[in-house]
Ligand binder design. Structure first.
Ligand code: HEM
Length: 307
């Protein structure tokens, strides 16, 4: 559908993003680049990195923290291309817009589904609040970075949210050369994936397949406890995709969601009420994951144990 919609969009001159939004971003990014260049301003952000890359001054980083969570994706081991690419203002604009749209909607969608599941599963919410309260009580009511990354149950709940409700429910890959997938059955031929074909990878279908996740519609963070997470079949859990073009923001996304819920659940109990749709029906009118009737939940100030 996404591939088809791109060509249909091109045919009829339909834009992926509204023209006004594109113009708004174009002006902000262009003015920003011009001002920084004219006044020698340096800010530690994406635009600065892209401006440095344009001058050939950017070096790939190595290392990093690998405690961010079960769902975080590995950085690709493939050497970055040495090919010289000329980065125009238009390329920088496209990257800035991609980061904005890829980062904003996905995180808010994941957080909304997590709030919904916690409201429907008060035992899980209570267990998570106990973990949050315990960490806060050890750190004068705060949650430092290292403590956040060490919170196992929080990581289980986030991982299970991204399994049951992956904000990007599919991704795709363009096949650049003929590739024969060998058959596992000696009586059958393999399957030839032809060059030029776009293969869709249905994350949502894989992550709700009872063969890999028994009772897939049940929200169960225990699927990702220390004992069970090693049993997850490789390639069946892909909320951030896989391979060299996997999500560049997975660690940041997990950090955002985790810190938001530490603050929220420290202060509030999340509950359903009469407008909450149970079970939820997903909207068929949107390309991203959205409930048909929106998210309706109550946030009640916690009476005890809060800080
Ligand atoms: C819960 C939040 C998020 C989810 C579920 C998510 C998921 C994904 C997925 C599935 C892909 C495609 C990967 C593939 O095809 O293998 C992707 C790509 C991407 N994501 Fe995310 N993402 C999230 C948050 C973010 C954030 C916070 C950022 C930026 C700070 C970001 C930036 C990107 C970019 C730039 C790409 C394109 C990478 C490329 O084409 O090389 N995402 N994301």
């Amino acid at each position: 559908m996404t591939q088809m919609s791109k060509s249909v969009g091109n045919l009829f001159g339909i834009q992926v993003f509204p023209k006004r939004a594109t113009e708004f971003f174009r002006r902000i990014v262009k003015d920003n680049i011009e001002k920084r260049e004219a006044e020698g301003i340096v800010r530690p952000d994406l635009i600065h990195l892209l401006m440095e890359a344009r001058k050939g001054k950017l070096k790939p980083e190595s290392g990093g923290d690998n405690r961010e969570g079960f769902a975080a994706v590995e950085e690709s081991q493939i050497e970055p291309s040495r090919k010289e690419v000329e980065l125009s203002d238009e390329h920088i604009l496209a990257q800035a817009m991609l980061f904005f749209f890829a980062a904003f909607d996905t995180v808010s969608t994941a957080a909304s589904f997590m709030a919904y599941e916690l409201a429907l599963n008060p035992d899980i919410q209570k267990k998570l609040q106990e973990e949050i309260d315990s960490v806060k009580s050890k750190h004068d009511g705060t949650i430092p970075y290292d403590a956040l990354l060490s919170m196992k149950y929080l990581d289980q709940v986030v991982s299970e949210t991204l399994r049951k409700w992956p904000p990007n429910f599919e991704t795709d890959r363009l096949c650049v050369k003929d590739y024969l997938i060998p058959s596992t059955n000696p009586d059958e031929k393999g399957f030839l994936v032809k060059k030029g074909i776009v293969a869709l990878v249905p994350m949502m279908a894989l992550q709700r397949d009872p063969q890999y996740y028994p009772e897939p519609d049940r929200f169960d963070p225990e699927r990702f406890n220390d004992e069970n997470k090693s049993k997850v079949v490789p390639g069946t859990y892909l909320p951030f995709g896989m391979g060299p073009r996997n999500c560049i923001g997975s660690r940041f996304a997990l950090l955002e969601i985790k810190s938001v819920f530490c603050h929220l659940l420290g202060k509030f109990d999340i509950t359903p009420y009469d407008k909450t749709e149970i079970p939820m029906k997903l909207s068929s009118k949107h390309f991203n994951m959205q409930p048909e009737k929106g998210f309706w939940l109550r946030f009640n100030l916690r009476k005890e144990g809060s800080s």
